[in-house]
Write a new protein. Structure first.
Ligand code: IVH
Length: 677
């Protein structure tokens, strides 16, 4: 089969698998096989760029950078909906519909109301042409590159689609993905996002679409502008489904408002089992003709209405406002509440984010406040009942000194967060850094944890991560501490017995063999997460290389921007940090990328260009074999190239150039013989 045909085949197969997986949620292939095919396609596309489908499944990983989003005028206004909050209001809506339809029969479609952000997507000749945010309803931002990374949104329609089609719907982020993203942010010392909806909205406005691709956006479409022959709304949903567009399974055709009410009651309960947030139900008159007859008010369609669920919300009192200091020194305020039951759990604290949030909401100690639980990890305060406020209550003044070490707090320009600058003397920062250092993705000393680190810190043995390597059996055997659980008031003893001590020391010893990239991540340099640490390690190869890199050198590394570069420079300019790194070196930690063991040096001093498709190896495998045997891969042919390894379908230009320069051409069998000899 020709490369072109193979690319076509793989492209269409993968599109089908994407559809089965993301739209139908019925995969017919294992993730592994999918990844293998995707990789194969990627390699073929690299080798034959002329045959790449512009809507190839490989493009879902993004890559396009949008400097600023273009403004696009909507083909018709993107309207919002009127709201109802109880059965009476819903019945009033039904009475109005009955009047406006002049006594004729009518049906409703009941749909879930997805809590995300609205999007309009235009298809031309079945190809995704443009995606526009709601904006002010009249015009929005062109976010096509970002929407193209969403796997459930097809780049190409299936079936009998209209030539010009505009569909509208809602994009959102799944609850679990949101929690995971926030856990990661907290781990990196960043402040968490408030809720999945804002996170989805923020994600859609990121300028680098490859960043967007890493965040799992999803969505459902609920409106088709061109009727495509559909006589009613429910049919148009079915049509969108037939074009391969993601539409929600829950959508239901209802013969009466009572059926709609049953749908509402059912989903009010069931919503907690959904993987995404909904905030109500949308009811739409089903017939297109009746919709047209009813028309619009200045803001809303008269033929549709939203029913908003009550969010579980409780009134309780703020007993105190505490301030927590994280490992990067960020000071986070937390409201301590009179315990209250919310969705089956007792809530004692609520996040109040930062100083701006406190002053905007005017939250004071003693206030009665409403707390709500969304997809968030900790419940949040959504309102203050000012009518219940004590007349002598005083506005909250955000602290100006660190609650843990009394250092004066900083508020860096442009940041919402106050920070304690006493990085090396503030207890929660010290302990936080050590906890990060031993973390699973860092040095991975699983025999230590928060409580044991606390005991070691309290006994004066640990002040900084490198002190771990100074710990001695005799110094830590027998240490102990009583720990009281704040919520249950239960008391426990953490004690360092013989076996515990041995496990701790063994774990610390074993951590010395962690590779450089992990050591770099473990240092906890601001903005240097796991991936950035890997990139830096492979680029600079050693700590010395990294420490000596100028701002420009750092900035020149792909995907390392100004913020990371400055953070690195500031970290390495501290004598304390430099001393700690030296000490770590003396304890034998890895500060170099270990050179790979060569399989042989048969290809030493030889340079290779690999081109085309091979049957014995993938191109990447072949390149790796070259490197493992001491050879060098180069991307284009020059007179200093020693060999051109020729695969199937190699471009004629390369061949011509190699012939002209007298470069030796070998096929994969000849190459294998070279290695085997
Ligand atoms: S229909 C003219 N259907 O809710 C009809 N909207 O509060 C326009 N929404 O702006 C919207 N789920 O962003 C419709 N199944 C659904 C929806 C839905 C969520 C959003 C949409 C709209 C907002 C109105």
């Amino acid at each position: 089969m020709s490369a072109e045909a193979k690319i076509k085949l793989l492209t269409s197969e993968l599109k089908e698998h994407n559809y089965n997986y993301y739209v139908l949620a019925r995969p017919t292939i294992s993730d592994r096989d999918f990844d293998r095919k995707l990789k194969e396609l990627e390699l073929l596309e690299q080798a034959f760029p002329a045959h790449v489908d512009p809507n190839s499944p490989t493009k879902r990983v993004g890559g396009e950078i949008t400097k600023s989003f273009d403004t696009v005028v909507h083909s018709s206004r993107m309207l919002s909906l009127g709201n109802t909050y109880n059965k009476e209001e819903l019945m009033d809506f039904d009475n109005r519909v009955a009047k406006l339809t002049g006594g004729n029969d009518y049906q409703y479609t009941a749909e879930l109301k997805f809590d995300g952000l609205a999007i309009a997507i235009r298809y031309k000749n079945g190809l995704l042409h443009q995606a526009i945010t709601r904006g002010d309803g009249t015009k929005g931002d062109d976010v096509t590159a970002n929407v193209k990374t969403i796997r459930s949104i097809p780049h190409q329609l299936k079936g009998e689609f209209p030539v010009d089609l505009e569909v509208r719907g809602e994009l959102f982020i799944h609850k679990a993905a949101f929690v995971k993203m926030n856990e990661e942010r907290i781990r990196l010392g960043e402040s968490p996002y408030a809720n999945p909806r804002n996170t989805a909205a923020g994600t859609l406005k990121i300028q680098d679409s490859s960043e967007v691709a890493k965040r799992p956006l999803d969505g459902f479409l609920y409106q088709m502008l061109e009727h495509g022959g559909a006589l009613n709304h429910y049919q148009s949903i079915e049509m969108m489904r037939s074009y391969g567009l993601p539409v929600d399974e829950a959508t239901k055709l209802c013969d009466s408002i009572n059926d709609v009410w049953d749908f509402i009651i059912y989903w009010d309960q069931e919503r907690h089992n959904l993987s995404f947030d909904i905030d109500g139900v949308v009811v739409k008159v089903n017939s297109r003709l009746q919709q047209e007859e009813m028309g619009f008010t200045s803001k809303f369609p008269r033929w549709a209405m939203s029913y908003k669920f009550e969010t579980e919300r409780q009134l309780t009192k703020v007993i105190n406002i505490n301030y927590q200091v994280g490992r990067t020194g960020a000071v986070t305020p937390v409201a301590i509440l009179e315990p209250v039951q919310l969705l089956g759990t007792t809530v004692r604290r609520a996040s109040i984010h930062n100083a701006d949030f406190i002053s905007q909401m005017d939250i004071r100690v003693g206030d009665s406040v409403f707390v709500e639980k969304g997809g968030e990890i900790i419940p949040k305060i959504v309102g203050v009942e000012k009518s219940m406020r004590d007349s002598n209550s005083i506005p909250t003044q955000f602290i100006n000194v660190c609650p843990e070490c009394s250092a004066e707090l900083d508020r860096p320009e442009g940041e919402a967060v106050f920070r304690c600058p006493n990085y090396s003397g503030c207890p929660p920062q010290i302990k936080g850094k050590i906890e990060h250092f031993i973390g699973r993705k860092a040095m991975d000393v699983s025999s230590l944890g928060e409580e044991k680190i606390d005991v070691l810190y309290q006994s004066g043995l640990l002040h900084r991560p490198v002190d771990l390597y100074e710990l001695k059996h005799t110094n830590i055997l027998g240490l102990s501490k009583n720990i009281i659980n704040e919520d249950s008031a239960e008391e426990r003893v953490v004690s360092f017995k013989e076996k515990t001590v041995q496990n701790i020391l063994d774990g610390i010893q074993a951590s010395k063999s962690q590779p450089f990239e992990r050591v770099l991540f473990a240092l906890g340099i601001r903005f240097v997460g796991e991936t950035v640490a890997k990139k830096l390690a492979y680029h600079f190869k050693s700590m010395d290389g990294l420490m000596n890199a100028s701002l420009e050198n750092l900035n020149a590394v792909p995907e390392i921007g100004e913020v990371i570069a400055c953070s690195l420079r500031s970290y390495f300019s501290s004598d304390e940090n430099k001393t700690e790194i030296e000490l770590m070196k003396s304890h034998g930690l890895n500060f170099n990328v270990e050179e790979k063991e060569l399989s042989s040096n048969k290809l030493e001093n030889l340079s290779f260009v690999v081109s085309g498709i091979f049957s014995l190896f993938s191109r990447n495998e072949l390149k790796k074999i070259i490197e493992d045997n001491g050879g060098k891969n180069v991307s284009s042919i020059s007179k200093s190239t020693d060999y051109l390894v020729v695969g199937d379908n190699m471009g004629p230009a390369k061949k011509e150039k190699a012939e002209k320069l007298g470069i030796k051409m070998i096929d994969e069998n000849e190459f294998s013989t070279m290695i085997a000899e």
